[in-house]
Each structure stands twice: as C-alpha cells, then as structure tokens.
Ligand binder design. Structure first.
Ligand code: NDP
Length: 250
C-alpha cells in the first residue's frame, strides 16, 4: 500500500534508468508522485518505468541527453503533456571517469563537466520558469562527497561536483523568494552500476574498509533523502548540502 508524502506532485528524475535514479522513481511513485524518468539508456529506462508502473499511469520514460538544450525542451514538454505540471526535478544523471591532474585529458575533463555540471545548469534553467510561475517547487541536485573535499584521482569529477554544490546555493538564493527550493545531496559510496568503475582496480574492498559503518549504501539510502528534500517535510531547507555517506566524511 502506497504512502502519500508526494501526493499530487509530479517529478522528473534524470539518469533514472538505473542506479539511484531508478530507486528514487520507485520510492517517489510509492509516495504518491507521478514520475518521468529520463536517460540515454532507452531499454533500461523503459524497463524501469514499466517496473514502477506497468500500465504507465504513474511512471513514464523519455530518452533525454542532459547536455542538450533541445532535449531539455522536449523532455519538459513531455512531462507537461503527460502529467500536467512539474513540482520536483532531481538532477541525478552523471558519469564518473577517474584521473589526476597529470593524466586527465582536456577532452575527458570537458566530457565530465558537460554531463555533470552543464547538465545540472540546463536542468535548473529549464524548470525554473515553471516553478517560479507556480510559486513552488523542489530541485534536488546530486553532487557527491567529492564535492565536499578534494579527492585525489577525481579531478574532473570533483570539479563538476563542487560546481553543482556551488550552483545549488546561488540558485537557492535566487529562487527562494518564489517558493522554490534547491538543495544538493552528497552521497558517499553507493552500490550502483557506477561503482563497477572501482572493481577493475580491486580497490573496492579497500574503499569499504574506509566507510565507518562498514558497508556501501544501497541506492534506496540516497532515495530516502531525496524523498525528504522533494517533499514538503523539508520546507525550511534550501541552499544546503545533505551528506549520506555512512560516516565517510565525518
Ligand atoms: P549510474 O551510472 O548507475 O546511473 C546514472 C545514469 O545516468 C546512467 O544510466 C547513465 O547512463 C545516465 N547518463 C549518463 N550520461 C547521461 C546524459 N548525458 N544524459 C542522460 N543520462 C545520462 O550512476 P549512479 O546511480 O551511481 O549515480 C547517480 C548520481 O549519483 C550521479 O550524478 C553520480 O555522480 C552520483 N554519485 C554516485 C555515487 C556512487 O557511489 N555510485 C557517489 C556519489 C555521487 P550511462 O550508464 O550510459 O552513462
């Protein structure tokens, strides 16, 4: 039986085909929201939407490249056509490519910035006019603990996630007078397909040993925080960073 913390609200979750975004889609729908999941991965995205809502009544998928302004226009139009409004945007799509200042190419740096940073900018820019007009809305930007401290080997990724944290604060102050809230989430080590990047180097066990609670998070640990920030339960929070990392950065 579903609960109702997001009753009547409509959410757009980018990069939601799998990983944390897919978990957020399921949790949000269970709490009464109508959800559009967007991603570049069409098969996985459609499967996720079907799993959440077999008849498509509360969850739909749309193909969407977050680096494309045209795609944002089309995606927002799809959400409005399908569910009539947008109350929540989770800017979740992202990539991880490791590299230090010594070995990161300009091309790789720009790729990460384009998806992880420009994608978040375009997302906020695309929904802000609607949210300002309706005088309500919650934008949840997914940063990282790599956006809280310097992380060796995370040059481009860290830069993109610090930018997300910074943009969140600036935009939160810009939109606060209109009833629109913007917060960032900073996950630690979460067990999603992205984490496979660490398997090759065999560092995963080493990483696990550094997590005070002793285990990686499941995507739902992050989804529950996203739910809180998306819902009116967090109505007095804006421009803040919320860490969910099992004590990693304590
Ligand atoms: P996943 O790789 O599991 O999911 C992210 C999804 O976004 C993938 O389906 C990915 O597709 C998609 N995506 C990539 N580029 C684009 C694009 N240009 N447009 C639309 N979709 C795109 O990652 P997670 O669930 O682990 O990560 C979600 C967010 O959380 C990311 O922003 C990540 O940086 C952040 N994060 C993750 C942590 C972790 O430990 N997993 C820790 C801290 C933060 P594809 O697979 O084809 O790239």
């Amino acid at each position: 039986m579903g609960k109702s913390r997001l009753e009547g609200k409509v959410a757009l979750i980018t990069g939601g085909a799998r990983g944390m975004g897919a978990s957020e889609a399921a949790l949000f729908a269970d709490e009464g929201a109508s959800v559009v999941v967007s991603d570049l991965r069409v098969d996985a995205g459609e499967e996720t939407a079907r799993r959440v809502s077999p008849d498509g009544s509360v969850c739909r998928f749309v193909r969407h490249d977050v680096t494309s302004e045209d795609d944002w226009v089309a995606t927002v139009a799809f959400v409005l056509d399908t569910f009539g409004r947008i109350d929540i945007l989770v800017n979740n799509a992202g990539i991880f490519e490791g590299g230090t200042v010594l070995d990161t190419t300009l091309e790789a740096y720009r790729r990460t910035i384009d998806i992880n940073q420009v994608g978040v900018f375009l997302g906020m820019k695309s929904v802000a006019p609607l949210m300002v007009a309706q005088k309500s809305g919650s934008i949840v930007n997914i940063s990282s603990v790599a956006g809280m401290a310097g992380t060796p080997g995370f040059l481009a990724y860290g830069a993109s996630k610090w930018a997300v944290r910074g943009m969140t604060k600036g935009v939160a102050r810009e939109l606060a007078p209109y009833g629109v809230r913007v917060n960032s989430i900073h996950p630690g080590i979460i067990d999603t397909p992205m984490l496979a990047a660490f398997d090759d180097a065999g560092v995963r066990e080493l990483v696990r040993q550094r997590i005070p609670v002793g285990y990686e998070a499941e995507p739902v640990h992050v989804a529950r925080l996203a739910l809180y920030l998306a819902s009116d339960d967090s109505s007095y929070s804006t421009g803040s960073e919320f860490i969910v990392d099992g004590g990693w950065s304590a």
